[in-house]
Design a protein around this ligand. Sequence first.
Ligand code: IVH
Length: 711
Amino acid sequence: MSETAAVENLDQAAAEAELERLAGLIRHHDQLYHQKAAPEISDGDYDALVRRNQAIEARFPDLVRADSPSTRVGGPVAPGFAKVRHAVPMLSLGNAFGAEDLREFFARLERFLGKDGAAAQEVVAEPKIDGLSVSLRYEQGRFQRGATRGDGSEGEDITANLLSLDQVPAQLEGAQELLEVRGEVYMTKTAFKALNERQAEAGQKVFANPRNAAAGSLRQLDPKITAARPLRLFVYAWGALSGPAEEILGATQWDALSRLAAWGFPTNERSRLCGGVEEALAAYESLAAERAALDYDIDGVVYKVNRLDLQARLGFVSRAPRWAIAHKFPAEQAETTLEDIFIQVGRTGALTPVAALAPVTVGGVVVSRATLHNEDEIIRKDIRVGDQVVVQRAGDVIPQVVRVIEAQRPADSQPFVFPKTCPCDLESPVLRDAGEAVARCSGELACPFQQVEKLRHFVSRGAFDIEGLGEKHIKAFFDKGLLRSADQLFTLQARDGQDLPPLKEWEGWGERSAQNLFAAIEARRAIALERFIYALGIRQVGEATAKLLARRYGSLKAWHAAITAATEERTAAPEATKPAEVGEAFATLCDIDQIGLSVADELCRFFREPHNLAVLEALEGALEIADAEVPKSGSSPLAGKTLVFTGTLEQMTRSEAKARAESLGAKVAGSVSKRTDFVVVGADAGSKAAKAEALGVTVLSEAEWLDLASS
Ligand code: IVH
């Protein structure tokens, strides 16, 4: 910027003109940076513009413009695509990795549905398309909006990009008020090869596989780029509808697919109707045989219970439907050299051995690391540094070392010796509990690796999802003593520049990136309870469990109080093996569907540690933690009530009854107490019915329960 005059030489008129020029220029670069992710100038040059603007404003305070760049703190936080909340969440699928798993799925349908289980054995087998799932919203038959799956609850608005796919109908004939159609956007193998050739010629990035190419193309901020990339679509499911699915789409999945096709949506012609598990397995074999010849990638077969009424009864377990499963094709394999074994320390102190591999392409992706799981696995497979090994990769799973090719083992190779101390500076002893495969660093909260991993988990996607705070940065903040526990994130900005130079002056940072980071942290001061619980990184409390806890207790206060009470009870009864013997709060915790004794014990373990409580309380003080949405609460008379089922039910199995009650916002407990609202009594009920009478708890017959459940 040598051609511009020094600030002290500017007169009033020149200053005014210069401020105008700078406001326009900075706005222009903000847009390039934030909206197009394509900055034209370096951080340093940008900062120079901002500083020049500030210097002029300081000399001529009367000239500060209404749209002054200095009042727009950090500019808009990277908007990219607008967020879209899915009216009906976009779910994932459970996996079957072999015929046995698939037989178990069919058996589970029988068990859950009891006498209607036989009817559920009719399934549709569809190719599992390896692309990106999207949701297309039609109102009054017009295409209104398209979104990515995102985290399942919230995706990104990619309407403009989807409009450029000629397979997305803009208008449906005679369609409903509201129809959300779901499917997969993919790129053909042919188009993928051609695109990569063009990219390589133009000196641009080449994609690892068609899926990545489709993702990169669909998530272009400029829809013109998307339009120039040949993306295609298959639809296979739906979300929100303005009426019953049976009326809009038909009685079965099979009918629904033909209805969707009649509206002009592309459906996959290789889908098959199967009369039971044997036919399902045959459909799998024939798709596996065709796989290589297809011009699009498929990574398995999805089976869906055909009747929609049975789908509705089967419902969902956390994020996946009970009525569908994905049967994955075997993982792709390749051979390479294992160059080294190093140890990674996870956030709970678990030591995981990792193989450093000579880079090799496995199913279109270059792999240079693979997990070795644990010490026993290394011993069992006798894996040594220098070995030639077979690696495999299935879907998004971390690559694994399958086996060693012993014939090619170097003569001087030595068995791997698992370390006895943590690789961190403290070198804490490694402990392995009897019967446990996992070795852990005994340093607990003192181990720097664990601390950094905990912080990484805290800001990760399913937790606080703080953009721009990668591992490298966390490690730098940690090493400089700025960030030792999660609560300190929220004082980072206030402490900026206090003991150390301000962040914007650090190597690799600038005014903008520092402002963006602080803004991203500020934006997360308000957070959903389930994300908060997940972020704490309690052992065995993953996203699904955190959600169950949030839904059961509703608010931070209730959750905190309940776990505190359960912890006190557990501390007083450390030897008890039955939840009811420990105490009521502990038993209530164990009673939550899919939470058992061991998860409850981990929660108590966390709550017993004073350091954890200090961090927890500091966070609670700094944040606004939103109450959980209780599913359909209020609309059902069962919402918020606690039920106990006993005896044999006629109309549905115990599993179905429990799932139904929970979907209406009720809690299902295993034993009757004075906190129970209803006891549902089937045939041959035993002591629980008697106990209900004794405690004065309302007893319902099966018919009365069904009435309540459907009102
Ligand atoms: S059904 C509740 N059908 O696989 C229904 N999914 O691993 C959920 N996928 O997120 C989806 N082909 O992106 C379904 N024929 C198919 C599919 C399919 C590919 C993807 C989809 C889903 C993922 C789950």
